[in-house]
Ligand binder design. Structure first.
Ligand code: TYD
Ligand code: MG
Length: 454
């Protein structure tokens, strides 16, 4: 039996050091080394229930097979984020805070795929079969065909996988699994890295789609080494932007589709229901009779989403005036206020300015600039904007309004939701849109103010 030894593993990159240091010598991250005890092992000690295949190099021309079919889950929003369904042989990592609905979502996924004829194995290291059964009973899904295994030993799980040959494997959660070949508690960097690596090898070789639940740290990243995200083909984060029943699944990496797509769900009494119309959700409860409200047509991934931007401007009582932005970059807000002051004589220098993107979305696109400018101007003038108008444009330091990408798609979403007027950049190409929208072209922020308030 080889002696165990102490090593220091980096929780960012998984790199190994022999003594503690303030900075990881591999990835240069600060304060990420954690002490772990491992057993030195030969190459045969890897957890791997399958004999290694003797892969030989082939020319690309000789690689067989057209695009493999994807398995559609039937939860349209999730299929969309995955890029059109699950790819056999892929590893999908789902991160999120406790209680947000990860187990619920993956049980629904299991049920749907099982009902569609796939052999699905749901492994829970967190709950007993009875607890999973109770959850299954709440869902309006056909869960009968899902095979359930309550187990935390990686070796035992992989043995069952080889025996059963499932096409879909769900592991809830990676932090509860352990392998006997390493010392260290479940959830430690070395354990997570080793178990995830073994799952990945088995998925690839058996053409099995694997979903892994990962807990998140206080900082919001998936707990464990960054290598976990590197080996996954798709990384999804589950969030609740408002703390209410809305849930967003956000893709941050996708080898088989566009990253950065979002899917919206609502947590109800019988599980998660896809919300097919994100814009309507973000615009609901809109205060269209108050000043300081403007609507932006932003892009989330490849999809246009309409969001309300609210501004409140109030005389600063003491000290330096505050600029507080929620869901929008605070420095960008300061910049836009300076542009408004210099280029359109709209003074906010002695005012507190609060800006809020309603619904918990974070808008990072410059295309939302024009809506921010419109909302602030409306708040300063205390004058209500046309509730049927959307604002799309980037604002430059000279006060000029610049064109944005994918304008037609943004406008068609606005038109679909009943908006009648769009303020866009005067230098946008193309003369007319075919949409039933009145298009107002503005050259700069001064022109916008004149258009809005005369
Ligand atoms: P769960 O999937 O256990 O979250 P996670 O695995 O991310 O920790 O979901 C837990 C919450 O979801 C719990 O507070 C109960 C709620 N819930 C519903 O509101 N409706 C339902 O149909 C189900 C199954 C759960
Ligand atoms: Mg859970």
């Amino acid at each position: 039996m080889p002696k165990t030894r102490t090593v220091y593993l980096c929780s960012e990159c998984g790199g190994e050091s022999h003594r503690w240091q303030g900075r990881c010598p591999h990835c240069q991250a600060w304060n990420t080394l954690v002490e772990e005890r491992v057993q030195p092992k030969g190459p045969s000690a890897r957890i791997d229930p399958l004999p290694s295949t003797e892969a030989k190099p082939v020319s690309l021309a000789a690689v067989e097979g057209a695009e493999r079919p994807r398995w559609r889950i039937g939860l349209n929003e999730l299929d969309f984020v995955l890029g059109g369904g699950v790819v056999p042989g892929s590893l999908v990592l789902l991160g999120g805070e406790p209680g947000i609905g990860k187990s619920t979502l993956l049980l629904q996924v299991s049920a749907r795929l099982a009902a569609a004829g796939q052999r699905v194995l749901y492994v829970s290291g967190e709950e007993s079969p009875y607890q999973v059964k109770l959850r299954a009973e709440r869902l309006a899904e056909p869960t009968d065909e899902v095979l359930l295994l309550a187990e935390t030993s990686a070796e035992a799980i992989l043995e069952r996988v080889v025996e059963l040959g499932p096409q879909v494997l769900v592991v809830d959660s990676i932090q509860t699994l352990y392998t006997d070949r390493l010392e260290g508690a479940p959830g430690s960097v070395a354990q997570v890295r080793e178990v995830a690596g073994a799952l990945q090898r088995v998925s690839k070789r058996c053409e099995m789609a694997t979903f892994i639940v990962g807990h998140v740290t206080k900082e919001g990243g998936i707990a464990g080494p960054k290598t976990l995200e590197h080996i996954a083909d798709v990384v999804l984060y589950f969030e609740s932007p408002t703390g209410l029943d809305q849930r967003i699944v956000r893709g941050t990496k996708n080898r088989f589709g566009a990253a950065d797509e979002i899917a919206l769900f609502r947590m109800g009494a019988s599980g998660l229901q896809p919300v097919e119309n994100p814009s309507a959700l973000f615009l609901q409860g809109r205060q269209d009779r108050a000043s300081g409200s403007a609507v932006a047509a932003a892009l989330e991934g490849t999809r246009p989403v309409l969001v309300e931007v609210q501004a409140l401007v109030n005389r600063a009582v003491y000290g330096a005036p505050q600029r507080v932005a929620t869901g929008f970059d605070g420095r960008r807000l300061s910049l836009l206020l300076a542009v408004l002051e210099r280029r359109a004589r709209l003074r906010t220098g002695d005012q507190d300015v609060f800006l809020n993107v309603v619904g918990g979305l974070r808008v990072t696109e410059p295309a939302a600039d024009l809506s921010v400018v419109a909302a602030v101007a409306s708040a300063v003038r205390d004058s209500v904007l046309d509730p049927g108008a959307v604002f799309v444009g980037e604002v430059g330091l000279g006060g000029e309004v610049r064109p944005v990408s994918q304008l037609e798609r943004r406008l068609s979403e606005a038109s679909r939701l009943g908006f009648e007027r769009a303020y866009i950049s005067a230098s946008t190409d193309g003369s007319k849109t075919r949409l039933p929208l009145e298009v107002v072209r503005v050259r700069d922020v001064g022109a916008l103010i004149v258009e809005l308030f005369g």
